[in-house]
Design a protein around this ligand. Structure first.
Ligand code: KG4
Ligand code: ZN
Length: 336
């Protein structure tokens, strides 16, 4: 089955052609980062306008690279939630028009399930059930993946997402948006034990995260130093931030795996590109004897190959949409 996948939930316009979910024939990502960088973050209206301008060209390029025509497609899969509403609507309406014109099924895909599915592309042997840590710019979840299309959230962030925390700390240190990758690079030259950063206790669920205190501590430390004319050791602070976030994410995931009896752990989302998160999780899984699956760096960030892949599993489970499909800015992964 050939699926055209479309992703426009944030600042990447992406399209991909996949065969039976896991064989990627093409994956095109047009990023708007350079434009949003000027504003220090994504400007929703600009994102929507760029998606409108780019989507046809990106889809054409994906078909050309796959050496297929639009008529060869058996279905169209599209991210419909969660994300920036104006951005999502561009992809949803484009996919709806295509599916109606072609008379082919329309498959709605939840963005987080797409990130998780990136792992099926890289690791065809991976099968549910397993425990998944999803960390991106908008989400930080510990999820029980019960089947390809059934998910239970057991932990989530109470405030900022892990990626958001990386980006805000990076901004305080003077790095451009999106700063997560700059923290990662600077960390390589820093001592993670230089700055003691707070690890909050989260009342209620033992699996929930909170990152806003960490962000505030970094911002305050940087501002206090600058007021006193002192220098912040950027590499050391970056390494301290990366270590603190990695430890928070990994310790709760290990706790959940132990309590719930999972021996198979999966990492997903944009933050899964972080070298500290990857190495901390790798060491923890080795220590506990857990099997670990991580996406390759090429599939960590937003792309449409992961959407086409999850679209395939949704279709197999009978999850399709009609012309009434709407975009939704917030939606639990449990609701799909
Ligand atoms: O999944 P994604 O591409 O978009 C959302 O669905 O949110 O994630 C983007 C997030 C950004 O916050 C970005 O800074 C972060 O992932 N990120 C990283 C790294 N690469 C991307 N954070 C830390 N280290 C990285 N190497
Ligand atoms: Zn994403």
């Amino acid at each position: 089955m050939l699926i055209l996948g479309i992703e426009t939930s944030c600042d990447e316009t992406a399209a991909s052609v996949s065969y039976n979910g896991t064989t990627i024939l093409s994956s095109v990502v047009s990023t708007q980062i350079e434009e949003h960088k000027k504003y220090g973050g994504v400007v929703p209206e600009i994102a929507s306008r760029r998606h409108s301008e780019n989507i046809l060209g990106v889809v054409r390029e994906a078909l050309e690279k796959a050496e297929k025509t639009i008529d060869d497609m058996d279905a169209v899969a599209v991210t419909y939630a969660p994300g920036l509403i104006g951005a999502l609507l561009v992809g949803v309406n484009f996919a709806k028009g295509l599916s109606m014109a072609l008379g082919k099924p329309l498959i709605p895909v939840h963005h987080i399930t797409g990130h998780i599915a990136a792992n099926y592309i890289a690791h065809p042997e991976l099968k549910p059930p397993y425990l998944c840590l999803v960390a991106s710019g908008g989400h930080s979840h510990i999820i029980e993946v019960l089947s390809y299309t059934s998910f239970r959230v057991i932990g989530k962030t109470r405030d900022d997402a892990a990626g958001e925390c990386f980006d805000k700390c990076a901004r305080a240190l003077g790095f451009p948006y999106p700063g997560g990758v700059h923290i990662d690079k600077a960390s390589a030259y820093g001592n993670p034990d230089t700055y003691k950063l707070p690890v909050p206790r989260v009342a209620g669920s033992i699996y929930d995260f909170s990152f806003s205190g960490l962000k505030t501590a970094v911002i305050n430390t940087v501002h206090n130093a600058s007021q006193k004319g002192q220098e912040i050791r950027t590499n050391d602070m970056a390494a301290s931030v990366q270590k603190t976030i990695s430890d928070m994410l990994v310790s709760k995931t290990m706790l959940a795996a132990r309590e719930l009896g999972y021996k198979k752990i999966v990492l997903a989302g944009g933050v899964s590109a972080n070298s500290g998160v990857r190495s901390t999780l790798t060491m923890a899984c080795e220590k506990n004897g857990y099997e670990l699956f991580m996406p390759p760096l090429s599939l960590c960030g937003d792309n449409a190959a992961m959407i086409a892949c999850q679209g395939y599993y949704n279709y197999q489970a009978g999850i399709t949409a009609d012309e009434g499909l709407n975009a939704t800015a917030t939606l639990s992964v449990e609701k799909l």
